[in-house]
Design a binder for this molecule. Structure first.
Ligand code: PEP
Ligand code: MN
Length: 343
């Protein structure tokens, strides 16, 4: 339930209600807004509780939370959340672009692309060190060596790093090197992994599962937030449909749906969403128009040589063009976008 405090309720009254809720066995989450303070209370409801709490000084009203997701929902946290990754803010005015190769393939490859991306105006560097591949015979990633290379790229370019963690046992290791932990589509309902990243002091990028509804996706975010980590960014990356002309079907309607139900920032990955590099820029423009807070784009200096996902990877030149095109769209919808290098 949500306890809405009166407009001028003092911090002492808020404290008294929070203490009472804790005595009654509730987990409490405070949301101090510009207008008023709201206390989210999660726990077992018993008869009489609502009346008892409603009678406390400073309480304006008590509203039951109707959605199954509570901490991820807008009901108890109406204001949008901003997530900090290094010195980059996701969920503010600016469209944030995460870019990089599908996988870290080696030091020379990654440093070359990282410098290109920095010059072009990307905000965050991406690259997989642990790759969840459909086939056990495909390239599986460089693991810790890949993480070390990502950290070196950050040292040289100043770009914060996001990379995927696929196994609870690797979380501490990945968190030592990365600025943001990615949970991939295939692991969106790996509840052990979700619970564990909930205890880590690093922002999490939670990709939508291949066949997950928006509600299931927000419930996955709920696992992370209820563990104590509220720095979650969602990423729409396409869902499985009957269409075979694209790798997935990029569900851009998820952007306004997530904005409606949740306070969490959402970015869009048109690379995995389409699987074809020619479709990436048009869908990136559409994503920004739909209200996305950012993009995740796969870029490779030589896509034809990429060890994974070359068909959907942009060259640095095409990436620069994408950035200048989304700048126009961002302006049209009242958002800011960096000044990409002139092609
Ligand atoms: C990725 O971003 O590298 C990736 C594997 O994406 P997804 O989990 O969306 O398939
Ligand atoms: Mn990929």
């Amino acid at each position: 339930m949500i306890i809405v405090m009166e407009h001028k309720a003092s911090p002492q009254l808020v404290d008294a209600v929070t203490t009472r809720l804790k005595q009654l066995g509730f987990d409490t989450h405070l949301s101090v807004g510009v207008e008023r303070t709201i206390i989210g209370a999660i726990g077992e409801k018993r008869p009489g509780y609502m009346e008892m709490l409603g009678a406390m000084p400073g309480v304006e009203r008590i509203v039951p939370i109707l959605q199954p997701f509570k901490l991820a929902g807008r009901e108890w946290h109406p204001e949008p959340t901003q997530v900090q990754v290094g010195d980059i803010t996701i969920g503010g005015d600016e469209i944030i672009v995460m870019a990089g190769p599908c996988a870290v393939e080696g030091e020379v490859q990654l440093l070359e692309i990282a410098h290109e991306l920095k010059r072009a105006g990307a905000h965050i560097l991406r690259g997989g060190a642990f790759k969840p591949r459909t086939s056990p015979y495909s390239f599986q990633g460089l693991e810790e060596e890949g993480l070390r290379i990502l950290a070196e790229a950050r040292r040289q370019t100043g770009l914060p790093v996001v990379t995927e963690v696929t196994n609870p046992k690797d979380i501490q290791l990945v968190a030592e090197y990365a600025d943001m932990l990615q949970i991939g589509a295939r692991n969106m309902q790996n509840f052990t992994l979700l619970r564990e990243v909930g205890h880590v002091n690093k922002p999490v990028l939670l990709k939508r599962g291949l066949a997950a509804t928006v509600e299931e996706w927000l419930m996955a975010a709920e696992y992370i937030i209820s563990g104590g980590n509220s720095n979650v960014v969602l990423c729409e990356r396409g869902i499985r449909t009957y269409e075979t002309g694209t790798r997935n079907t990029l569900d851009l309607s998820a952007v306004p749906a997530v904005k409606h139900y949740s306070h969490l920032p959402i970015i869009v990955d048109p690379s995995h969403g389409t699987g074809r590099w020619r479709y990436v820029t048009p869908m990136a423009k559409a994503a920004v128009a739909a209200g996305a807070d950012g993009l995740m784009i796969e870029v490779h200096c030589r896509p034809e040589e990429a060890l994974s996902d070359g068909a959907q990877s942009l060259t640095p030149t095409n990436f620069q063009q994408l950035l200048s095109k989304i700048k126009d769209v961002a302006q049209a919808v009242g958002r800011k976008s960096g000044s990409p290098a002139v092609v």
